[in-house]
Design a protein around this ligand. Structure first.
Ligand code: ZN
Length: 52
């Protein structure tokens, strides 16, 4: 089942879908760092991941 994450920052349309939570977490961390200058920890991202 794919893992999906939608960025929760205002005005951001970033969405990522991957085969595993680990991959999504990695991609979201890169996005948050480069786009929002934010460091998100694994738990914060994992809590927002949707499956389906
Ligand atoms: Zn974003």
């Amino acid at each position: 089942m794919p893992s999906k994450f939608e960025c929760f920052q205002d005005g951001c349309n970033f969405m990522v879908r991957a085969d595993s939570d680990d991959e999504v977490v990695h991609l979201v961390q890169e996005h948050a760092q480069f786009t929002h200058d934010l460091t998100l920890d694994d738990e914060t991202i994992a809590a927002e991941i949707e499956h389906g």
